[in-house]
Design a protein around this ligand. Structure first.
Ligand SMILES: *[C@@H]1O[C@H](CO)[C@@H](O)[C@H](O)[C@H]1NC(C)=O
Ligand SMILES: *[C@@H]1O[C@H](CO)[C@@H](O)[C@H](O)[C@H]1NC(C)=O
Ligand SMILES: *[C@@H]1O[C@H](CO)[C@@H](O)[C@H](O)[C@H]1NC(C)=O
Ligand SMILES: *[C@@H]1O[C@H](CO)[C@@H](O)[C@H](O)[C@H]1NC(C)=O
Ligand SMILES: *[C@@H]1O[C@H](CO)[C@@H](O)[C@H](O)[C@H]1NC(C)=O
Ligand SMILES: *[C@@H]1O[C@H](CO)[C@@H](O)[C@H](O)[C@H]1NC(C)=O
Ligand SMILES: *[C@@H]1O[C@H](CO)[C@@H](O)[C@H](O)[C@H]1NC(C)=O
Ligand SMILES: *[C@@H]1O[C@H](CO)[C@@H](O)[C@H](O)[C@H]1NC(C)=O
Length: 842
């Protein structure tokens, strides 16, 4: 740099430092022309003119400065586009921010703040939060800010809701289309009537209800309790009712948008992949749509194969004909005549509920649940009650009168709703409850007998089959000992001539699979996940199979698919679910697995009625079995498979309760890169995912180790990592860590195991403390600190090994106001067998 240039540069610098123009500031007498930018001081956001994709119109907007894909978060002139590049943004003489077209001759948009008039001079500044603020120079008061007029994007630190004093109501409205930022039909706002709720509206009608605030989350978004990324806060006082979220790690770029088709979506920017990765959206299932089942009924999306609507206790379908035809929109009404008040009536509990619409509910925060019940009983028109701040330990009281609208059942969260019933109905419910306990015993006996019978039939069938095969060369394709193979898919008839060495994975034909599963009947459906649905099937010889029908659009070519299945099928281990074969025909791709009659581990572990089933010894064996299976996947097999979605519902149990890992290698079978490449979603289940993977989509062997650690803690504690429980607001991982630090980690151990181990108590206690320590070692914050699977197996197997002291795990936030909004399309274990809980591919 020569001296002349140097002095010019210095002058320029001086000018920038002293003059009124900062990069992030627009002051009076300056304008931003089309082509100029205002950039926030930390270079996070930029303001300027832009055109949406496939549109020539110009708009003034704010977008991320460092995100390579232009992502607009706010638009000034949503409804008045500018035709050419003649627009100019400035501050006019009365202090308002104005947008003119054609050399200042035509006013397009203005902040229109009346009191800006009183003292002229104002300055606009673009903040690093993405907020554009207009400040009165004299008083330094913010007289206008873009955060008060959001468009379709909610950013961290932005408030949504109503200022009761000024009447300002901040809410999101979708664009009309990706080309047109004009306000569309969808909005997302707080309804302050009754007990405030957050709702998504379509054409002005409720469309999906995030529900009411329960202390640390919304009643309709139970996933939020997990403390990951966000710190959510809700204010409801005489001044305002509003929500806001903060990001705990400021380097995370995240946003929430309402999409023009009525979907609320949350995503984070993954710089490494240069794309937005969606990690949460709502509405998800049919029960999310407002009032799907009409008034006074409950919608349960996990009623696999059945009608999702059921009447709330004591009520019956208003229109039984429609109900029969699976149209629940008419809802339910009270049976018979309304019975008299104060004559032995009571309440029936509906568990895991999303409480009904609270716009007509009454709240009294000073009552506890017991007083709430009394209040409801006293009031003869009360139809239901529930705790108002359930997630903070159940204080507060919500009381409903009249219809109960939009109730839903969650898989493993939600709260208790107490529905008013008359004396007769109450007696009926008490009776069925005690009956059902007796029935449980009977059911267990019957199922054991059935299992024995089935096993007998199966063996018999196999024997017959073997005999037949010796005689005939042309049987139906059925199991892996004799069928067609990939190498010669055409030669179904003469496969017996093939050399033995080529026979690796059997190819089933579509007609066989279809007839085994009753043509993929809903009655045979075991569950559904991101890669497709799973069906139970019975082959002609009586053998039971599980068929995973992959979604048509997910995945790759037939040849690659077969290659991958062939590789995956070679993974054979006692603790892996066995692949029997596959079926590729008429653009259908299916995987055939052995069928395991017991459900997945989560149903035993988390279901209160069955919790006693695995005793401590079994639990330890299950944990060790899973560890060995995972070790095989990671190290001992030739392929080195990262599971990516290890969790209790992916561990199936055979009749002897041996654990078998399912769903391994799905990323390969469905085209590993395509999962991330085409769908913009992370595969896996929040709660089990390591933060690195959740946030950045970077997976490694150590991400699986993290999931294993979570699973181990769940097995020991009998509690779900994600589920909320009252003793502590943090997740199971956080809870275990806190107890560990205090030296009280016996408290993690499932209390239901108390009596199963009286004699060997000391010994068992020791084993479990060791398991907790190993679990905590696996969930440590830094992947490098986590042990690998061979070390885990070694530690589990050797009594005397000295363990390291775990460091702080990921995801521990001590605040009471934590709350996160992470959820995958986390389908519950609804079926008997292979449950897939991965994110939907598109
Ligand atoms: C803006 O320009 C007007 C006249 O054009 C002048 O009177 C005023 O002082 C200027 N304001 C600033 C802040 O420079
Ligand atoms: C842009 O052009 C259209 C016609 O092409 C016209 O109707 C509209 O008024 C123009 N917009 C503005 C802001 O001048
Ligand atoms: C706008 O101003 C430019 C120069 O500043 C001039 O060339 C152009 O003709 C003007 N356009 C109109 C419509 O006045
Ligand atoms: C406007 O600002 C001046 C100082 O610049 C102050 O003396 C005056 O009181 C202010 N007027 C109002 C209405 O705020
Ligand atoms: C918005 O509503 C109007 C009228 O109700 C309808 O014609 C239009 O298709 C809707 N637009 C979208 C994007 O749903
Ligand atoms: C969450 O927000 C509250 C204020 O609402 C704050 O006191 C707390 O420190 C925050 N927690 C974290 C982990 O940032
Ligand atoms: C809006 O959400 C739906 C899913 O609900 C999705 O299919 C669609 O692609 C989304 N549209 C945009 C523009 O993101
Ligand atoms: C709440 O309940 C208490 C005790 O019954 C009562 O004194 C109070 O008035 C109630 N508050 C409201 C707002 O109804």
């Amino acid at each position: 740099m020569n001296t002349e240039e140097g002095s010019v540069f210095a002058l320029l610098l001086l000018f920038l430092l002293q003059g009124s123009i900062g990069l992030d500031i627009l002051s009076q007498n300056n304008t931003i022309q089309d082509g100029n930018l205002l950039v926030s001081s930390g270079k996070k956001f930029a303001l300027g003119f832009f055109s949406p994709i496939s549109s020539s119109h110009r708009y003034v907007g704010i977008w991320y400065y460092q995100v390579s894909e232009q992502t607009v978060v706010w638009v000034a002139n949503r409804e008045r586009p500018i035709n050419g590049t003649s627009g100019a943004l400035s501050i006019d003489s009365d202090g308002n921010l104005v947008l003119h077209e054609t050399n200042g001759s035509f006013l397009v948009w203005s902040t229109n703040v009346a009191y800006a008039l009183s003292n002229y001079s104002t300055t606009a500044q673009l903040m690093d939060s993405g907020n554009l603020v207009l400040v009165q120079d004299f008083s330094e008061r913010v007289i206008w800010q873009s955060f008060d007029y959001p468009t379709d994007t909610m950013l961290p630190f932005m408030k949504l809701g109503l200022n009761r004093k000024t009447g300002l109501n901040r809410f999101l409205t979708s664009w009309k289309s990706p080309e047109d930022p004009t306000p569309g039909n969808i909005s997302y706002r707080i309804d302050p009537t009754g007990y405030p709720q957050l709702l998504l509206y379509k054409d002005g009608d409720p469309y999906w209800r995030a529900g009411s605030w329960t202390g640390d989350r919304w009643s309709g978004i139970p996933e939020m309790t997990r403390a990951y990324i966000f710190n959510l806060s809700f204010v409801n006082d005489p001044d305002e009712v509003s929500i806001m979220y903060r990001v705990i790690d400021a380097s995370i770029i995240t946003r929430m948008i309402v999409n023009e088709s009525g979907s609320l979506r949350r995503s984070t920017w993954h710089d490494r992949d240069r794309r937005w990765i969606e990690f949460w959206f709502d509405p998800k299932d049919q029960c999310d749509y407002y009032g799907k089942c009409g008034p006074n009924s409950n919608c349960n999306p996990y009623n696999t194969g059945q009608f999702e609507c059921t009447c709330l206790p004591g009520l019956e379908p208003k229109s039984p004909g429609d109900w029969y035809l699976k149209d629940g929109s008419a809802g339910c009404v009270r049976r018979g005549r309304v019975s008299v008040c104060r004559s032995g009536e009571g309440f029936v509990r509906v568990a895991r509920a999303k409480v009904p619409d609270t716009s007509k509910a009454r709240a009294n925060m000073s009552l506890n649940l017991k007083e709430c019940e009394e209040e409801c009983l006293r009031d003869c028109s009360c139809t239901a009650y529930a705790s108002a701040s359930e997630s903070l330990g159940g204080s507060g009281c919500l009381i409903w009168h009249g219809d109960l609208v939009d109730t839903k059942t969650f898989a493993d969260s939600g709260q208790d709703l107490y529905v008013w019933v008359d004396a007769i109905e109450l007696a009926r419910h008490r009776k069925t409850r005690s009956l059902s306990q007796k029935a449980m015993v009977a059911i267990i006996l019957v199922s054991i007998l059935t299992a024995l019978l089935l096993a007998g039939f199966f063996l018999y069938g196999l024997a017959i089959k073997k005999r037949k095969d010796r005689r005939s060369h042309n049987p139906q394709v059925s199991d892996m000992t004799n069928s067609t193979y990939f190498n010669e898919p055409q030669s179904v008839e003469d496969r017996s001539d093939e050399p033995r060495g080529n026979r690796d994975v059997p190819l089933f034909d579509l007609s066989t699979v279809a007839s085994a599963t009753n043509n993929f009947s809903v009655l045979n459906k075991l569950g559904r996940g991101g890669f497709g649905s799973v069906y139970k099937g019975v082959m002609d010889n009586g053998m039971e199979i599980a068929v995973k029908k992959l979604s048509k659009h997910s995945g790759q070519g037939v040849k690659e698919f077969k290659n991958e299945v062939r590789l995956i099928a070679k993974l054979q281990h006692w603790n892996l679910v066995r692949i029997l074969g596959c079926c590729v025909e008429e653009d259908e791709k299916m995987l055939i697995y052995e069928y395991l009659p017991n459900k997945s581990l989560d149903t035993f572990l988390f279901d209160k009625t069955k919790r006693l089933l695995p005793d401590w010894r079994k639990r330890f064996e299950i944990a060790s079995g899973v560890a060995r299976g995972l070790l095989y996947l990671h190290q001992d097999s030739r392929l080195r498979i990262i599971h990516r979605d290890l969790k209790a519902s992916n561990i199936l149990l055979d009749t002897a309760m041996n654990p078998k890992i399912s769903d391994f290698g799905m990323a390969r079978v469905c085209g590993g890169d395509q999962i991330r490449g085409n769908t913009n979603r992370v595969v896996g289940t929040y709660g089990y995912m390591s933060p690195k993977y959740a946030m950045e989509g970077i997976f490694s062997i150590k991400s699986d180790i993290y999931s294993f650690g979570v699973l181990l803690l769940e097995v020991i504690s009998g509690k779900r990592n994600g589920a909320y429980y009252h003793e502590s607001p943090s997740s199971l991982v956080g809870h275990a860590w806190e107890l560990w630090k205090e030296g009280n980690c016996e408290d993690v151990i499932d209390e239901s195991m108390g009596d199963s181990c009286t004699k060997e108590e000391a010994f068992v206690g020791e084993i479990f403390l060791k398991c907790i320590q190993i679990g905590l070692l696996c969930v440590q914050e830094f992947a490098d600190d986590r042990p690998d699977m061979s070390t885990v197996v070694f530690m589990l197997a050797n009594k005397d090994v000295v363990l390291a002291s775990p460091k702080r795990p990921a995801y521990v936030f001590k605040s009471k106001h934590h709350g996160a909004n992470l959820s995958a399309n986390d389908k519950p274990a609804s079926g008997n067998d292979v449950t897939i809980s991965m994110l939907e591919g598109r």
